[in-house]
Design a protein around this ligand. Structure first.
Ligand code: LIP
Length: 278
């Protein structure tokens, strides 16, 4: 595995990315087929918190995916939302969200996805997001473009907030929802439309596909959005923290836009949060 340096950026081996992308796509498709069937049946639901759910299908999906990935890449690190792990030391690491949109899935609300990210030294370099209910496979790899069911995708060309369709999400920690509610109110007054769909990975994938113009959320986990970061960047998106700082995979926030709107989004976030400080 030869990694090349481009300026200060060490670039992952393109052959590794292609192999990882193709294997993860197959694993996501297989896990998605399982979820498409399981959403119709009785789910066994347990609580990680008051409104933080996990179902038996989350665990089955993560077991299936982690076995496929570690079988082919035993030396890679791996972290799954439901506890799967891999090797201890490697430049490469998998992040698995076996069901992004677990609350939706638990209620039989058909808006959820399988999300698989490969990161290289902490940078998302491969993203796979599969929506089994629409049979939509979003794929992106660094330097290899972004696709939806094999067709190239690009972010939208919307230039104004009042012309934009945005999305956000809210924390499982009810006490942490005040900030999200304040941002919701501020953007709802300025955007053409605002959505809260309950699946961060699909929000990221839909910005990449030009269906959404902007998405932001805090707190949100790396396994929720890491795959979407790899896909959205390849589709021309700008991805930062909410206040416009460099995105950190192991941070707990993301702002993802078509690029044309990014500064307007970040400024409105900063103004709103400053107002909360009083
Ligand atoms: C969910 C995200 C959603 C966020 C929820 C939760 P999960 O991920 O997709 O955007 O608002 O709090 O983090 O738990 O369904 O994988």
């Amino acid at each position: 595995m030869e990694n090349q340096a481009k300026g200060t950026l060490v670039v992952a081996d393109q052959g590794v990315l292609r192999n990882a992308r193709d294997l993860a796509e197959k694993a996501a498709y297989e896990a998605g087929a399982l979820l498409r069937e399981r959403v119709k049946t009785e789910r066994v639901i347990t609580h990680k918190g008051t409104v933080d759910l996990v179902t038996d299908a989350d665990e089955e999906s993560e077991l299936l995916i982690s076995r496929r990935l570690l079988g082919a890449f035993p030396d890679f690190r791996l972290a799954g939302e439901e506890g799967a792990t891999g090797a201890v030391e490697s430049d490469y690491g998998w992040l698995i969200d076996p069901i992004d949109g677990t609350t939706n899935f638990a209620h039989g609300y058909p808006h959820f996805a399988v999300s698989i990210c490969l990161e290289f030294r902490g940078r998302p370099v491969v993203g796979i997001i599969y929506d089994p209910m629409r049979d939509e496979m979003f794929v992106g790899a660094e330097g290899q473009g972004a696709t939806l069911n094999g067709e190239s995708i690009r972010v939208s060309r919307t230039e104004t907030l009042i012309g934009a369709l945005g999305a956000t999400g809210f924390s499982y920690d009810i006490a942490a929802r005040q900030e999200g509610a304040a941002l919701w109110a501020a953007f709802n007054d300025r955007l053409q439309g605002l959505r809260r769909d309950g699946a961060a990975a699909l929000n990221m994938a839909w910005v990449a596909a030009g269906r959404l113009d902007a998405y932001w959320e805090r707190p949100v986990n790396g396994w929720d959005v890491g795959a979407g970061v790899a896909i959205a960047r390849e589709a021309g998106a700008t991805v930062t923290s909410l206040e416009g700082n460099p995105y950190q995979l192991h941070g707990t926030e993301v702002a993802c836009t078509n690029g044309l709107l990014h500064e307007q989004v970040v400024v409105l976030v900063r103004e709103t949060l400053d107002g909360l400080q009083g």
